[in-house]
Design a binder for this molecule. Structure first.
Ligand code: GLN
Length: 246
């Protein structure tokens, strides 16, 4: 079996160790004997929406977001829609998450987003929302916890009826006010959690890998268990940091 990851704007959108998410996906595939294919897609480049199982966009500073936004909306929007409509998964972190929405409003103007989910983000003059964060999700039946680190000036607001990725247990989440964190719309996931996200939450990595493989190889695909002692410890440490910050 092969798992095919498409990384959008790997040079610009990668702050807070987001490259670790990609490395983690690679390792968890390789440890199981699953081939891993990584394709980068930068400004001015296209991609085949049928040739990848997961699309990943990492975090970026406001200036990075400005650099990629024109290309994202002008050059890649239709390809991304087609990719998602085919049922593939998309994971976007922080700056990448903000760009999934309708717009990101900064003091001096607006960055147009993909409009893939009905959310929008507004840059605040208030202090940035920074620190450890823990959320409770409904992604699988056991409502697993996600832990990470957030650092964003933008506040994200969900349109009516739009589901968050989870509820904040500790930390700020989308906007520091309504207790929501991230967004989940079908196979699209957006979140403010860096850290990077996946090494501290390997269940989410496996969920993404398994979903991708099942689309290609059938519903019987089951990932083998790995020895996740260190990964579980990383999760616990991050959770303790978030809870002690309350
Ligand atoms: N530039 C965005 C903000 O500050 C996102 C930052 C990030 O990706 N950490 O809100």
């Amino acid at each position: 079996m092969k798992f095919r990851l498409l990384s959008l704007y790997p040079e610009q959108m990668n702050i807070y160790a987001d490259r670790g998410n990609i490395l983690l996906l690679r390792k968890r595939c390789e440890w199981r004997g699953i081939d891993f294919e990584l394709t980068g897609c930068s400004i001015g480049e296209g991609f085949n929406p049928s040739a990848h199982d997961l699309l990943y966009i990492g975090g970026g500073q406001d200036r990075d977001q400005r650099v990629v936004a024109g290309d994202l909306v002008g050059g890649k929007r239709e390809l991304i829609r087609e990719f998602v409509d085919q049922g593939h998964s998309l994971l976007a972190v922080c700056g990448g998450y903000q760009l999934l929405g309708n717009f990101y409003e900064l003091g001096s103007g607006q960055i147009e987003g993909l409009g893939l989910v009905d959310i929008h983000t507004v840059r605040s003059e208030e202090p940035r929302l920074v620190g450890p964060v823990a959320i409770e999700t409904r992604l699988t039946e056991s409502s697993p916890t996600l832990v990470g680190f957030e650092n964003h000036g933008g506040r994200t607001w969900l349109g009516s009826g739009v589901q968050p990725l989870g509820r904040v247990i500790s930390g700020h989440g989308n906007n520091g006010e309504d207790g929501t964190e991230g967004v989940r719309s079908g196979n699209v996931i957006g979140t403010y959690l860096h850290g990077p996200l996946l090494p501290k939450n390997v269940w989410l990595a496996d969920h993404l890998i398994e979903s991708g493989l099942r689309r290609n190889y059938g519903d019987d695909v089951r990932l083998t268990q790995l020895d996740d002692g260190l990964e579980a410890a990383a999760h616990e440490v991050a959770l303790a940091a978030a809870l002690s910050d309350r």
